[in-house]
Design a protein around this ligand. Structure first.
Ligand code: 13P
Ligand code: ZN
Length: 272
């Protein structure tokens, strides 16, 4: 089967196109990865090339040994994925120790997987384990309102979580565990992968100060929806600040009532 026609590729493409149109992906900003199911890789096996060269991942992910990932290419533009996935994305295979990757499809005009591959794979390893294999998508974007907040709010999980929960009644239902924040860090390496991974053990959303956001999801809809929800909350917050700040908001008791009615495991640490 032509990989470009596979359902997982169609889902991947739809996310990249929708997300570019949201304004979250200037130039080559942001990246996306999908852990391919064994039956999906089986269906396209005849299209795959043998691994030519193995490259260091830059972190160790033994639990991902032998897995295949569809990833965006480094320096490639999200808006171009729909036009030529074979040039702008790659399928990579992880070696048996979980230390190296090899390219088996894509990047036909040259290039390499996203520079954030260490963070993507570290997060895949953590979420695969925590969700008994259900989580398959890790997604990074540069949404403007969320980034703007990292210049004005203290860089604390509790403050970001509480402010963004307050911005729309159903937000605590979408991200009841809250949001993690890293301070500004150099992107693209093991240090930022480790810092993000530590937060991803607790949360499904991590904001990188003055840079962007990482989210995860069992499928493309979940990951896209989570990014969209947090960014919309941030955009409401920006409007509220611009209009002179909150005059009233949802009470602590309101959140507790919501958690009970919606039967969600709300992180009540952030209500204090
Ligand atoms: P890549 O082009 O290497 O994916 O980098 C984009 C980015 O957003 C880095 O954080
Ligand atoms: Zn980035």
């Amino acid at each position: 089967m032509d990989i470009r026609k596979a359902k997982f590729m169609q889902g991947f493409i739809r996310l990249t196109d929708d997300a570019f149109k949201k304004g979250w992906h200037e130039r080559n900003g942001g990246n996306l990865s999908y852990r391919i199911k064994s039956e999906e890789i089986e269906a396209v096996k005849t299209e795959l090339n043998p691994v030519g060269e193995w490259f260091d991942i830059g972190t160790n992910v033994p639990s991902l040994a032998g897995e295949y990932f569809l990833v965006t290419g480094s320096g490639k533009y999200m808006r171009n994925v729909i036009l030529a996935p074979q040039d702008n994305t790659a399928i990579v295979k992880i070696n048996e120790k979980g230390e190296k990757y090899g390219i088996v499809w894509g990047l036909e005009q040259g290039g390499q997987p996203t520079s954030e591959l260490p963070t993507h794979l570290a997060n895949h390893a953590i979420k695969k384990d925590l969700t008994q294999g259900r989580n398959r998508v890790i997604y990074h974007a540069h949404p403007a309102n969320t980034i703007a907040l990292t210049f004005v709010l203290p860089l604390e999980d509790k403050i970001f979580t509480r402010e963004l929960w307050e911005m729309a009644t159903e937000n605590p239902v979408i991200f009841p565990e809250g949001i993690g924040i890293t301070p500004w860090m150099v992107p693209g390496g093991k240090a930022i992968a480790d810092a993000t991974g530590k937060l991803m053990k607790k949360y499904r959303v991590v904001i990188w100060a003055h840079h962007g956001m990482f989210v995860c999801g069992d499928d493309f809809d979940e990951a896209f929806g989570l990014m969209d929800t947090v960014e919309k909350a941030a955009s409401i917050y920006v409007k509220v600040r611009a209009m002179g700040g909150k005059q009233q908001t949802i009470s602590k008791q309101g959140f507790l009532d919501l958690a009970r009615e919606f039967d969600i495991d709300l992180n009540t640490e952030f209500l204090e």
